[in-house]
Design a protein around this ligand. Structure first.
Ligand SMILES: [Fe+2]
Ligand SMILES: [Fe+2]
Length: 203
C-alpha cells in the first residue's frame, strides 16, 4: 500500500490511501456532525505537519479515525459527554475505546503498517481523556482536534449545540489556549483563529 508521498499542503488532493481510510471511516462518522469535524481537523493536521515534526503516516490516519467511536453511542447521550459542562464525561472513554477497536479493524483491513497502526490506535484510545501526549504525533492530532472548535464552521456547530452566547464561548476558548494546546504552532493558529472569529462578530 502506498502512503509515502502526499502533498501535505493540499488536503483536496489527499493521498488516495488516506482517502480510502476516510471512506471506511465515514459510516462511523455519520453522527454528531463528525464528517465536517473530521475534515476541519484534517485541514489543521496538515497545517501543523508543515511546522511541527511528526509522522504524516500516523498523524493523518489518526486524525481521520479519532472520533469513529461516537457511533457506538446514541446522539442524545453523546451531548452529555463533552462540551463546557458535561454531565456524563465517562462516556468520552467509551467513544475512545470503541474508536480504537474500529480504527484497528479498518487499518488491518487495509493492510496498514502494523507498527503505525499500533500507534494510531493508542492515539485514538486516549485522544480526549489523556492529557499527556504519548508522542509527537499524538500532540499534533490533539491540537488539530481542538483547533476544529476555533474554525468558523466548528464554532457555529458548538454554539448551536451548547446554546452558549457567542461572546462568552469565545472568551472561554481564548482563555484556555495556553494550557490546552500542546504545540507552539497549535497555540499560534488558535490565537489567530480567535482574532478572526472576533472580527466575524463585527461583520
Ligand atoms: Fe473525540
Ligand atoms: Fe474530535
Amino acid at each position: 500500500m502506498g502512503f509515502g508521498t502526499v502533498e501535505v499542503s493540499k488536503v483536496g488532493r489527499m493521498n488516495p490511501f488516506y482517502q480510502k481510510i476516510f471512506e471506511r471511516a465515514k459510516p462511523f462518522l455519520r453522527t454528531r456532525k463528525n464528517i465536517i469535524h473530521t475534515k476541519i481537523a484534517l485541514r489543521y493536521a496538515f497545517k501543523l505537519l508543515g511546522e511541527e515534526k511528526g509522522d504524516e503516516g500516523v498523524v493523518i490516519p489518526a486524525t481521520l479515525l479519532h472520533d469513529v467511536g461516537w457511533k457506538a453511542l446514541p446522539e442524545h447521550l453523546q451531548l452529555t459527554a463533552f462540551g463546557p459542562n458535561p454531565s456524563n464525561p465517562k462516556l468520552v472513554r467509551v467513544h475512545e475505546r470503541e474508536g480504537a477497536k474500529i480504527a484497528r479493524s479498518i487499518l488491518e483491513g487495509l493492510n496498514y503498517s502494523p507498527k503505525k497502526a499500533k500507534e494510531i490506535c493508542r492515539i485514538v484510545q486516549g485522544h480526549d481523556s489523556r492529557k499527556r501526549p504519548i508522542s509527537r504525533n499524538d500532540r499534533i492530532v490533539k491540537d488539530a482536534d481542538k483547533l476544529s472548535r476555533y474554525s468558523r464552521k466548528g464554532l457555529a456547530i458548538d454554539l448551536d449545540r451548547f446554546r452558549i452566547p457567542r461572546r462568552k464561548y469565545l472568551l472561554y476558548l481564548e482563555g484556555i489556549i495556553d494550557q490546552w494546546f500542546l504545540t507552539p504552532t497549535g497555540k499560534e493558529i488558535a490565537k489567530k483563529e480567535i482574532l478572526l472569529r472576533k472580527s466575524d462578530l463585527s461583520v
